[in-house]
Design a protein around this ligand. Sequence first.
Ligand code: PHE
Length: 349
Amino acid sequence: MTSPTATLAEVEQDARERLAAASDEAALEAWRTGVLGRSGTLTGLLRGIGALPEAERKHAGAALNVLKQSLEAALEERRDALRAAALASTVADALDVTLPGRPMRRGRLHPVTQVRREILDVFARLGFATVEGPEVELERYNFDLLRIPEHHPARDMWDTFWLDPSTTEGVSMLLRTHTSPMQARFMETHEPPIRIVVPGRCYRYEATDATHEWMLQQVELLAVDEGLSMANLKGTLQEFARQMFGPQRKVLMRNSYFPFVEPGVELSVDCFVCPGNDPACPVCRGSGWIEIMGAGMVHPEILEAAGYDTRRYTGFAAGMGVERVTMLKYGITDIRNLYQNDPRFLAQF
Ligand code: PHE
């Protein structure tokens, strides 16, 4: 500290040492008040000049003013240095090249979405355009126009979620049980030639097990043109199976029944879990075959209802479950895995 008798050099040295020790804005401000402020050391010395003998006043005044300016400059310098250091350390933190990188979180498409796109791509290459229809459907399109009238036993093939009639102004509506209603919708507003695929969600009021879910995705296939036959249907589905599952996978077409096709078939792919004879196999149950789609020639009555000349036009249709195709492709044994949203499962695709 300075005493009244301290020399100028001592005052200066003391002030500079304390300035050098000030390490933030608050310390700088305290230093400024203590040295250059109204009751600061230097200010006190300046005030004392008047009491000096006449001969010394001029000299002392000039020296004090030089010191004052020099300390003011030193204060600014110190302030700049502190700010630069603070900035430098911020930048150094921001650019620390030794920090380990942050892992990139990459999203991915759900396996069922991937496979749906693949299916549509295969059919796009075969000349089929993609169209979509409503999930909340009229009974008329889901059933009646497909030759499945009320009380027809075939309705038992699709356990249905019905809409509360009080919310539909009495119109009979449901969650579509398959994508086939889009066959009737599309034919109603288009003329042949027709080649479309219809992807979409369907709903079934049934218990879930390893191969059944209450919500499923289907892809419907419809072709109407002159001269289409079972041979075209078979060729198209075989080509599809070859492109989706590779040439080593076997397919099987068997007689089946759907009211909207005649004849109707069922296309199956050979089991990928067991050798085809394990009764405990959760996927094929020992049959060796997994059904992936229903198909057939569009029933002539449906073509007629659309106003087509049935002597000229024939058509084929098919409908497949996207989840089943996904399971086949990836060897998934339980359909329920697909919609449980477990990241450990989903991250594998
Ligand atoms: N819509 C049928 C179903 O969901 C599948 C199908 C489509 C069968 C087209 C024949 C022709 O079971």
